[in-house]
Ligand binder design. Structure first.
Ligand code: NYM
Length: 212
């Protein structure tokens, strides 16, 4: 049946620096899966539609100032407020393609100098992704790509620090994809990895929690 663990959806996260192509690759992946007849949704963090998300959005747009740990906890709260819906969707068989997740939270805050273990703590108990796709692109290259917008963090020197923090966080299970390749080539590589993962989750791979 649609609600047993054997047919659950996969929790698939895309991570990487600003301007590495995550957002367009994420929406293409959803179209790809839907085209194959799978139930799939595009999610993103921060989710700016909630009241917590609006506070985050104001901060990113430089319309408000918040202490580094305060904004860190808001980003985390923004994931916690979506957790039960996430679990419901996955158990109902929907695959979630998520544009940024806890790794962004930890990488961006620790790049400011906040202790890494402190950054991880509020993320403990969130659903662990079945797959993390890291779109790998040198910070210099990402900064040239259509230029950065006006949001906080969109500066080359800071992005270099974020890249270092992602390197500390990444583990051997992450799939690194060279995001400097043409967009179609990146998409083809992502599609294969994602489909394999979706099928593995349908066969009954259990859900797990961060950080394990
Ligand atoms: N960001 C994103 C964080 O600092 N912490 C988080 O937990 C998350 C999810 O917000 N520069 C940062 C990364 C981005 C910015 O992301 C907004 P986007 O994908 O441009 O909306």
């Amino acid at each position: 049946g649609a609600c047993n663990n054997e047919s659950r959806g996969a929790l698939i996260v895309l991570e990487g620096l600003d301007r590495c192509g995550k957002t367009s690759q994420s929406s293409r992946l959803v179209s790809y899966l839907e085209g194959l007849g799978h139930s799939a949704e595009l999610w993103r963090f921060p989710d700016r539609t909630t009241s917590v998300g609006q506070m985050i959005s104001a901060y990113l747009l430089n319309q408000s100032e918040l202490d580094d740990r305060t904004i860190h906890l808001l980003f985390s709260a923004n994931r916690w407020e979506k957790r039960s819906m996430m679990e419901t969707k996955l158990k109902a068989g929907t695959t979630l393609i998520v544009d940024r997740y806890s790794y962004s939270g930890v990488a961006f805050s620790s790049a400011k100098g906040v202790d890494l273990e402190w950054c991880k703590a509020p993320e403990i108990g969130l659903l662990a992704p079945d797959l993390v796709l890291y779109l790998d692109m040198p910070p210099e290259k990402a900064s040239e790509r259509g230029g950065y917008g006006d949001e906080r963090y969109e500066h080359l020197e800071f992005q270099k620090k974020v890249a270092q923090c992602y390197q500390i966080l990444c583990d051997p299970s992450w799939k690194m994809v060279d995001a400097c390749q043409p967009i179609e080539d990146v998409q083809k590589q992502l599609q294969k990895i994602v489909l394999d993962n979706v099928l593995a989750c349908r066969k009954g791979k259990p859900l797990s929690l961060l950080w394990s």
